[in-house]
Design a protein around this ligand. Structure first.
Ligand code: FMN
Length: 143
């Protein structure tokens, strides 16, 4: 599959998770491109993309990270043409754990997208990669 991972980070954890997912997908033989909303722009092309992943962290009492909030306001793709998956980051010390994933899921559905696997929710910095690997395995099974 041709895969694009669209993400944003404030402190680097989401970028790390995005890079781990990219590495594992590449090892499984899939073309995988990373797209940082901040550095690569608010209008990522989905031409030729089979599977698109959206990922980002939770901040400020259960909100999506600021740049991603702006992004989902201005980016309006027809996601019905693609397989879509979401990953969110958070920390269970906060009452509104990992709401970023819920917000991204709702937004994907509002753009006609169908989520093809259960979203990954990462609690804190992922010292162990099992959950990420399971998520990637569920994505690889789609091909
Ligand atoms: C000021 C602040 C507010 C946060 N608020 C939440 C929150 O409401 N819910 C949650 O699950 N995590 C919350 N987090 C945790 C972050 O989502 C988590 O540390 C995440 O890994 C950060 O990702 P990043 O390094 O890609 O920016 C917060 C972190 C900070 C510093």
């Amino acid at each position: 599959m041709n895969i694009k991972i669209i993400y944003e980070t404030q402190n680097g954890t989401t970028q790390y998770v995005a890079e781990v997912i990219q590495k594992q997908l590449r090892e499984a033989g899939h073309e995988t491109i990373l797209h940082s909303v901040k550095y690569d722009g608010m209008q990522p092309s989905l031409e030729g993309i089979d599977l698109v992943l959206f990922g980002g962290p939770t901040y400020d009492d259960g909100k999506l990270e600021k740049t991603l909030r702006e992004f989902i306001d201005v980016y309006s793709p027809d996601l019905s043409r693609h397989k879509v998956a979401v990953f969110g980051l958070g920390n269970k010390t906060y009452p509104q754990f990992c709401v970023a994933a819920d917000i991204l899921e709702e937004w994907v559905k509002s753009k006609g997208g169908r989520l093809v696997v259960e979203s990954l929710r990462v609690d804190g910095f992922p010292d162990h990669l099992e959950k990420i690997s399971e998520y990637v395995q569920s994505l690889v099974k789609l091909s």
